[in-house]
Design a protein around this ligand. Sequence first.
Ligand code: SF4
Ligand code: SF4
Length: 349
Amino acid sequence: MKSLKAQHSILADAHKQIEIIEHGQNGDFALVPFQQKLEQSNLYPLKPTQIEIFQVNIGKMCNQTCRHCHVDAGPDRREIMTRETMLQCIKVLQNNPRLQTVDLTGGAPEMNPNFRWFVEEIKQLNRHVIVRCNLTIILANKKYYDLPQFYKQHNIEVVSSLPFYTQDRTDRQRGNGVFEDSIKALNMLNEVGYGREETGLVLNLVYNPAGAFLPSSQALLEREYKEALMNKYGICFNHLFAITNLPISRYLDYLIQTDNYETYMEKLVNAYNPVAAANVMCRNTISVSWDGYLYDCDFNQMLELKVSCNSRHISQFNMNELNDRSIIIGQHCYGCTAGAGSSCGGAVA
Ligand code: SF4
Ligand code: SF4
């Protein structure tokens, strides 16, 4: 268990993280405030365009403890969304037809005992469902072996992180043996038809950099991944999402431990792209935490920055009020606006 403990975020306290993100480790690190950049781009205050994506974190429990996890998830986390909170989510979906996409995340969302029931209830409302599946969960226990069939039966879009197409880089970030199991799981998904154009069963992969650097071109990486995975393992998938690591949670720990925090932040600020800023995901997404609170995004959720309006909990969900709020921003937001931008669906610019 030593490695598990070691990988848990040292900076679990959200307030401490915000202090460091804003002012550096010694409190004297000053970069152009993100707000100023938005003002120059005529985007401040940052407002939603229209909320269409309902992202729900149904628990922090995970079978893995990846080095860069911004959720600080792991097998010993006990925060799990209850069926009561799920019922409140379903009620919100019934009352808000503009919420066409439901994006289920975790932890490993499949570890929530009500996961399958929740998916089936949402599909009855005729919504597009995305599941952020970490791949290895499919092989973690025999009760998960049929997940590919379950996904297929409900036409779920599967989005899976595979930090790289080689074993060493993937295992370094996600743990020993993860690459091998991920390849097996991808084969199982391909076998039922995922990732093949003709079936319409969508399988997208996610790349994120292994160190303190920004992702290179998403299109180029996608080509490289497709070639490498097909040639070596016969695996196909639809698209690759290249995601920038945001300086929070375990990745912030990593930046501090390797003395890379300030240079990484400078890279993000220098790569600020106003087009990416106009398209940040918090403008059309609302993020629900395992205990039903509402956030602008998954990252603000981890920093415990709840939405800035009266609809702060799923039980108080008011679409007009949420569409009218100002999004809470901070220096971590530079991670979403650098280069081609970054979101749960990859580049945005
Ligand atoms: S699989 Fe995902 S949620 Fe689980 S520890 Fe890794 S990054 Fe975090
Ligand atoms: S970190 Fe969240 S609030 Fe900030 S720009 Fe990104 S999505 Fe929006």
